[in-house]
Design a protein around this ligand. Structure first.
Ligand SMILES: Nc1ncnc2c1ncn2[C@@H]1O[C@H](COP(=O)(O)OP(=O)(O)O)[C@@H](O)[C@H]1O
Ligand SMILES: [Mg+2]
Length: 401
């Protein structure tokens, strides 16, 4: 807050007085500009009876109404976190009378861990602001997830400028996030069960049936003599097409639920999938896998396999890549899978405003479900890299070493 001072003039020579009046006029003009632009809300005028304080009520009143009607907590703090001012909404959030909130330390509403995170942000607060998410502890012991925006309030390098906080209740946002997570997880689970069911039906019914038809078409070819030249040729073609169809059905069934994964493990299935992809699409895949001495947990193996499958599907569908690299490594107690392509790249998912399907979402969900994390790095015209990091249980970690 800027607080200009006024001094009564002292009698001087006419020319000095004129110069002084000019200075005062410029000064007054500057103050009027500051009042108009809202830089000043209090004016201190020095008079014979001492200083007089003029509050520019119009401007201040509007700010107060705005802040008190906010649905968010608003506070000003000193840099050592003493609360100078808080609105009613914040008092309600912490279930504490406003008069007990003001003058107390903001720290009392945070856990020790959150205090340590907030402290440097308040100390180094600037006019650009920063944000953190913490748990606000109310006076009755209840907790509320909140986001705190921190910003230095004064401009022009004021020495003891207050820090402004806006505290937003994130309960609803967290609940929505959790619901979305649960829903995505359910989608992935249903997808997995359905894939298993279809794979079984394809394998047990369709493949068996195709084999029987293939067998009979072979018998037909054998029965037809050379005299039935065109018919025999047709029967041979039919047998060939049936053979291809059986292979394709087998491939689809394997992708739906690969028996190789159950029988031979992750590295074998990563190799199979990469080879099949390279042969079918003509895009070479460079595969580098760490030696695994023991099987990883079944959930982790399935998640990594599905993520590779989905990532390769995206490369085929969208990337226009010339090369793909697949790398399985272990970093300490983590297993890491990276799938990189040198294709056209794409904008960050957050910028895509709901465009795109469930693929990336499903990949992230699969990684999160087994306690891991998924990072997507994509640069337009340079390519895309999907990195999955999954923690391993101590037994599996020991077996890898
Ligand atoms: N490797 C990639 N190269 C280029 N674009 C990609 C790649 N992977 C994903 N994308 C982009 O991200 C979008 C979302 O992918 P995804 O969630 O798998 O949905 P879908 O493949 O069904 O469109 C795609 O539509 C595509 O534009
Ligand atoms: Mg996709």
């Amino acid at each position: 807050m800027k607080t200009p001072r006024r001094k009564f003039p002292v009698r001087r020579s006419p020319s000095r007085e004129l110069a002084e009046l000019r200075v005062r006029l410029a000064d007054t003009e500057e103050m009027l500009r500051a009042i108009r632009t809202g830089e000043v809300d209090t004016v201190l005028v020095a008079g014979n009876d001492g200083n007089q304080v003029f509050t520019l009520q119009g401007a201040e009143h509007a700010y107060r109404v705005l802040i008190e009607s906010m649905n968010e907590g608003a506070l000003t703090l000193t840099t050592d976190e003493t609360i100078l001012y808080a609105n009613q909404c914040f008092a309600k959030m912490v279930k504490c009378p406003l008069e007990q909130v003001m003058g107390s330390s903001f720290c009392r509403f945070l856990s020790a861990e959150d205090r340590a995170t907030l402290r440097p942000l308040v100390k180094r607060a600037d006019k650009f602001g920063s944000k953190i998410q913490v748990l606000l502890m109310a006076s009755d012991g209840s907790q509320m997830p909140v986001q705190i925006s921190i910003r230095l309030l004064a401009q022009n390098g004021f020495k003891h400028a207050p820090v402004g906080l806006v505290v937003t209740d994130m309960t609803e946002a967290r609940r929505n996030e959790e619901m979305l997570r649960a829903l995505t997880h359910r989608v992935v689970q249903v997808q997995e069960t359905e894939r298993g069911r279809v794979a079984l039906e394809l394998h047990d019914d369709i493949t068996q049936l195709l084999c029987a038809v293939l067998f009979r078409s072979q018998a037909l070819v054998d029965k037809l003599s050379a005299r039935n030249g065109p018919a025999k040729k047709e029967a041979m073609k039919l047998r060939e097409m049936l053979g291809q169809t059986a292979k394709e059905v087998e491939r689809i069934s394997r992708n739906l639920r690969p028996s190789v994964l159950d029988q031979l493990g992750l590295v074998a299935v990563l190799r199979d999938t990469s080879t099949e992809f390279a042969q079918r699409t003509g895009v070479p895949v460079k595969l580098a896998c760490v030696q695994l001495m023991a099987r990883l947990p079944a959930d982790t193996e399935l998640a990594l396999y599905r993520i590779l499958q989905e990532a390769l599907k995206n490369v085929e569908k969208h990337a226009r890549a010339r090369h793909v690299t697949v790398r399985l490594t272990h970093e300490g107690a983590f297993v890491q899978l990276v799938i990189a392509d040198d294709g056209i790249g794409f904008d960050h998912p957050a910028k895509r405003k709901g465009k795109g399907g469930l693929g990336l979402l499903g990949m992230r969900e699969r990684a999160t479900y087994v306690g891991g994390a998924l990072k997507i790095k994509s640069v337009r015209r340079a390519g895309t890299e999907i990195e999955v990091l999954i923690p391993l249980p101590p037994v599996a970690t020991a077996a890898i070493r």
